[in-house]
Structures are given as structure tokens and as C-alpha cells.
Ligand binder design. Structure first.
Ligand SMILES: NC(=O)c1ccc[n+]([C@@H]2O[C@H](COP(=O)([O-])OP(=O)(O)OC[C@H]3O[C@@H](n4cnc5c(N)ncnc54)[C@H](OP(=O)(O)O)[C@@H]3O)[C@@H](O)[C@H]2O)c1
Length: 312
């Protein structure tokens, strides 16, 4: 099959990493099929950008079978919601039947047999499952995304607050756009990476005091990191109506974070994706309008009345 005949399927194509990956595939002249959960303005934008759009559910064998017809390589990305193991089984079966050659599998750095998070342990099991197929398989294991800084950002007047249960733990935040470059590169050239599991990190490892300092100097306002307990974090998430599966996951990975599971950095993103990843400073600069707004906060301090329910 010539280069131009290849067709790549991107699941989660309206999400952060999938959205970036499909954009890059199209920019690079590839045939790309965007699998979306529903038709809406996001799916229409993908069609206008040149993607072939297919509507399917990751948990539906027939829908996945249709989505995978004629596909050479696929990016498989399931959100932190129940059903990851079943959808991976469905993906593996449908991809095998369709003659797909390769898969780039979204996992995470905390994926381990002994993980306390149900979602992280399921990611580990799904890696092992895909390794047992005939697909060329590569797993990406990002640390926390840089987008987290937006999710948990709280602006009170002319000061910013980050309230998270991360103690003095450290990580090098990695942006979804940088991950998208890795995904697109792995889809285009899967052979050298078969059965690899790549941890993905940003360029600089920080604790959240460092992150607050960087944000402060970039935004020109005081930014404070206020460590909170895992229990306070879990109660706030539950009160905001976040799904129990996500609350269980985030509560357990917070403990992992404090224990160093999310720490470290490497040059995987630059080596595979072809460009160094964005620093926190660059990310905050690029998203300055978001951080400049007095947006609602997620884990409000006592006496603070605003909140939000989104999670990224
Ligand atoms: N956030 C982090 O810090 C972090 C760190 C390490 C690893 N990860 C991993 O990253 C993955 C999430 O990636 P992401 O942030 O790029 O995704 P995302 O932005 O949360 O997007 C999820 C995508 O999946 C679609 N979707 C949801 N349920 C679906 C279903 N049943 N069938 C078909 N499509 C469905 C969504 O469509 P709709 O919007 O239309 O529902 C959306 O396009 C997770 O596996 C997580 O473990 C995240």
C-alpha cells in the first residue's frame, strides 16, 4: 500500500489529543477519518477541515466495525469513564477483523497492575490486551496534561489560586498539542515503536509552588498554590456532580502524584514528535485570555462562592 492510500482513524476526534492529531494528519496530507460521538458543530468543523467523519460509540461493536473499515492505523482514546476494558476488547476485535495494521493507544503514566485508581489499572490491563493482538501497538503514557492548569484555575479579583491535593509532588506538565504531534508521528511510522510504552512529559519538572511562581511571573499577578487534602478534593468533586469513576480515579492518582508516580521528564516528545514540548510559561502565554478572566473555580476556598463542573 502506498503512503497516499493509508487511512487513519482518530477516535475522540472532538477531544483534546484526538482533535490535535486529526488536524495534523490532515495538514500533512493524510486521509483521516474522525470518529465522533455525536454530530454537532465540532464534527461539522472536522468535515469542513477535510476529515471523513463517522459517528460511533466506543462501546458499540457494530459501530466500531463500520468505523474501522479500510483503516490502516488508529488512535484509540477512551475518556475517564466506565467501559474502557470492554471498549478496548471491542476495538481489538473490530480492528483485527478489519485488517487494521497498527494502533496508538492512549494510556497514562499511572497505569500499573497495582494502581489504586480503577481507571489506571484498567489502562494497564488494556495495554496488555492490545499487546496480545497482531496489531503493531504503541502505548502513550502522559503525565498530567498542562490543560489541567485551566481546569483547576481560580481567579479571585487580581490574584490566582490553584487548590489541589498534590502536596509537594512534582511533574512536567505536557500539553495535548504536543501529544498530538507524537500521535500523528506514531500513526505515520508505527513499525519502530511496536510494543513500546512511552511516558510523555513536558520540558521542566515542577511542584505546584513552582508552577504558581511561573504563572505569577507570566500573568503579572500573585498566584498561590494551596495544597488541600485528597478528602477535600474528593468531596468537592462529588458535590459538583462529577462521575464516581472519575472521583475514584482522581483521588487515587493524587496519592500517586504525592508519591512521585507522575514525576520525571524525558525527550520522547521531541524525539518522536519532532519539536520540544511547550513549557508552562508558553502554555499560559498562549492561553492568557483564559487565565485573565475571573473564571469560576472548582474547589472554592471557604467564603468563595463560584464554582464549575467541567473536567479536562
Ligand atoms: N487529562 C490528563 O491529565 C491525562 C493524563 C494522562 C492520560 N490521560 C488520558 O487521556 C485520555 C483522554 O484524552 P483526551 O483528554 O484527549 O480526551 P477528551 O478531551 O476528554 O475527549 C474525549 C473524547 O472522547 C469522546 N467520547 C466520549 N465518550 C465516547 C464514547 N462512548 N464513544 C465515542 N466517543 C466518545 C468525546 O466526545 P464527546 O465530547 O462528544 O462526548 C471526546 O471527543 C484518557 O484515556 C486519560 O486516561 C489524561
Amino acid at each position: 500500500m502506498s503512503h497516499d492510500d493509508r487511512l487513519f482513524l482518530v477516535t475522540g476526534a472532538t477531544g483534546k489529543t484526538g482533535g490535535g492529531a486529526i488536524k495534523l494528519l490532515l495538514e500533512r496530507g493524510h486521509r483521516a477519518r474522525a470518529m465522533v460521538h455525536r454530530e454537532d458543530e465540532r464534527s461539522r468543523a472536522l468535515a469542513e477541515a477535510g476529515a471523513e467523519v463517522v459517528v460511533a460509540d466506543l462501546h458499540d461493536l457494530d459501530g466500531m466495525t463500520t468505523a474501522l473499515q479500510g483503516v490502516t492505523g488508529a488512535y484509540f482514546c477512551h475518556p475517564i469513564l466506565p467501559g474502557l476494558v470492554e471498549s478496548t476488547v471491542i476495538f481489538a476485535q473490530a480492528a483485527t477483523e478489519a485488517g487494521v495494521r497498527s494502533v496508538v493507544n492512549m494510556s497514562q503514566i499511572s497505569a500499573r497492575r497495582e494502581a489504586g485508581s480503577n481507571a489506571a489499572r484498567q489502562h494497564w490491563l488494556c495495554e496488555r490486551l492490545l499487546d496480545r493482538t497482531d496489531l503493531l501497538t504503541v502505548h502513550i503514557r502522559p503525565t498530567f496534561f498542562t490543560e489541567w492548569l485551566k481546569t483547576w484555575w481560580e481567579r479571585r479579583g487580581s490574584e490566582g489560586y490553584i487548590r489541589l491535593p498534590f502536596g509537594e509532588g512534582r511533574h512536567a506538565p505536557i500539553g495535548s498539542a504536543d501529544q498530538a504531534r507524537v500521535i500523528a508521528a506514531l500513526l505515520a511510522d508505527p513499525e519502530p515503536h511496536d510494543r513500546a510504552a512511552y511516558t510523555l512529559h513536558g520540558p521542566v519538572e515542577h511542584n505546584h509552588h513552582d508552577i504558581a511562581r511561573v504563572m505569577s511571573s507570566t500573568l503579572g499577578i500573585p498566584v498561590h498554590y494551596e495544597p488541600i487534602s485528597v478528602e477535600e478534593f474528593a468531596s468537592a468533586m462529588t458535590e459538583r456532580g462529577l462521575p464516581a469513576h472519575l472521583v475514584q480515579h482522581l483521588s487515587n492518582v493524587a496519592v500517586d502524584y504525592q508519591n512521585g508516580v507522575f514525576a520525571g521528564t524525558n525527550d520522547n516528545v521531541e524525539k518522536i514528535g519532532g519539536r520540544p514540548p511547550l513549557s508552562v510559561e508558553q502554555f499560559v502565554t498562549e492561553n492568557r485570555s483564559y487565565f485573565d478572566t475571573s473564571g469560576p473555580n472548582f474547589v472554592p476556598a471557604p467564603g468563595s462562592h463560584t464554582q464549575r463542573t467541567a473536567h479536562e
